[in-house]
Write a protein that binds this ligand. Structure first.
Ligand SMILES: [Fe+2]
Length: 481
């Protein structure tokens, strides 16, 4: 097995081949071992004076343990990254999340907990044993939230991990999720300052559970409602309107009791059943009562963009794929070999509550890792979405979609692969797109990453701050002022 973690970013040519291997975006999939703390990064350009706070991100950083390698991009051990913005300067710190999965791997010298597509349980005995003592990973590498005063990193298992926002030190389990399979994309509940999420409770009778977590120091989730389900769908996020929690069940489904004994890692137990179509269900946020399902053609998606109610319709925007092939595309070996990953399009679905019909239209040819002006526009009609897109098989541009005019503008630079662009609203402005975007960009030319600061309206560059090394491609983060 190639030790990718130790491979230099630009290997020297070996004689007699004169050509130097071209720098490539795939170098952003190398593992990162270093934990870093730098007071001031070198900065080009000028930050807005109002930009004060921290962008904290989580993402996979290390895929190798001894001679073993995780199988999927989603499987790598979580590292937290914090870019601090203060007085026109940018600081940077990174630290591995000291989860039990990470600690066990370090201690044992092997992968010990099951991840999204990596399962270390090889023997039938250990498999049966794990039914009674499941080794559920707490590798919270997908997203994070600030709930009240607490910083919480999350993945799709029921173990959210609390950490210190200043030192990035791991603190422990944040709360008990009322189900086994959940999302790392909770929504803010504006009325309480708490958050809303769902989890699939599996057992003799499977059901989706919708729950609220208050912003208190000791957060006890409260189940708002339940929906029975025979085969739960893989859902990475959900939508929220002022009245409804919007569940989109794609036909990538699982019979949960098959998971422990199947011999396959978690996600490989799911089956694509396009004959089921996609089913939207609306759950009343106050009463927990479900309305639906509203059926439409099969599609797959990781990310909802936004949802709202308008003229008797529920409008749901999402980054969609024709099927679940994208899950296959993101296996690590494929990505490191430079094989292209599928491209998501941005689609708008309209659920007519009267006729029960669902219609849809394309809003943009390409959009993934979407962000909006969340504080102002989530649950409500909106105009702009930002995200990444590609024409090369991997994210190579930042886009701003105008959902009203149905057009998009973009930022692109040769050799650069941007991550999720996090929108930070300018204070004291009524404009939806007044603010900046913060994106960690891998630069194949230098082999390192930089923090890119764009004007969110024009996508013009305001500043960039160079990190001392590459930052492996991650998923999500939040700006916290
Ligand atoms: Fe996500």
């Amino acid at each position: 097995m190639t030790d990718v973690a130790r491979r230099p970013p630009h290997p020297p040519p070996t004689a007699p081949t004169p050509a130097i291997a071209p720098a490539s975006y795939v170098d952003g999939f190398r593992s990162l071992e270093d934990e870093t703390r730098i007071e001031e990064l070198s900065l080009e350009g000028k930050l807005p004076e109002w930009l004060r706070g921290s962008l904290i991100r989580t993402g996979p950083a290390k895929w190798e343990v001894g001679a073993q390698q995780m199988r999927h991009w989603f499987d790598g051990f979580a590292m937290l990254h914090r870019f601090g913005f203060e007085a026109g300067k940018v600081s940077y710190a990174s630290r591995f999340l000291e989860t039990r999965a990470y600690r066990a791997a370090k201690q044992n010298g092997e992968i010990t907990y099951s991840e999204f597509a990596t399962d270390p349980c090889r023997s039938l005995f250990s498999r049966i044993f794990s039914v009674f003592s499941p080794k559920i990973s707490d590798n919270a590498n997908v997203n994070l939230v600030k709930l009240g005063e607490r910083y919480i990193s999350m993945t799709e298992t029921p173990i959210p991990v609390e950490f210190d926002g200043e030192t990035l030190e791991t603190a422990g389990v944040a709360y008990e999720t009322p189900g086994l399979l959940t999302t790392a994309h909770p929504h803010l509940d504006r009325a309480t300052g708490g958050m809303l999420n769902y989890a699939a409770k599996v057992g003799p009778r499977n059901r989706y559970r919708f729950f609220h977590v208050p912003p208190d120091e000791v957060a006890e989730p409260r189940v708002i409602g339940e929906l029975p389900v025979k085969e739960p769908a893989y859902m990475h996020s959900f939508g929220l309107t002022e009245r409804w929690l919007v569940l989109a069940e794609f036909p990538l489904v699982v019979n949960p009791i098959s998971i422990p004994l199947s011999g396959r890692p978690y996600i490989e137990n799911y089956r694509w059943k396009p004959e089921l179509g996609t089913r939207f269900t609306l759950i009343d946020r106050k009463t927990g009562m479900a309305t639906g399902p509203f059926e439409t053609d099969p599609f797959f998606c990781f990310h909802h963009v936004n949802a709202y109610e308008e003229n008797g319709e529920v409008v749901v925007d999402a980054c969609t794929y024709e099927n679940a092939q994208i899950v296959e595309d993101l296996y690590l070996d494929r990505l490191r070999e430079g094989k292209p990953a599928g491209r998501a399009e941005m689609r708008r679905f309209r659920i007519d509550l009267g006729t029960r019909e669902v219609t849809s239209e394309q809003l943009a040819e390409g959009l993934e890792l979407p962000r909006i002006n969340y504080g102002r526009n989530n649950e409500r009609p909106y105009r702009y979405a930002w995200g990444v897109d590609d024409e090369s098989g991997w994210f190579d541009r930042i886009v701003k979609v105008d959902t009203q005019e149905r057009n998009a503008i973009e930022w692109h630079e040769d050799g650069c692969s941007p991550g999720e662009p996090v929108f930070v609203a300018a204070p004291d402005s009524d404009s939806e797109d007044a603010g900046v975007l913060l994106s960690v960009v891998f630069d194949a030319r230098s082999g390192n990453s930089f923090m890119l600061v764009l004007d969110a309206a024009e996508l013009s560059e305001l500043a960039r701050a160079e990190a001392p090394h590459h930052i492996p491609y991650g998923f999500h983060g939040q700006f916290l002022s």
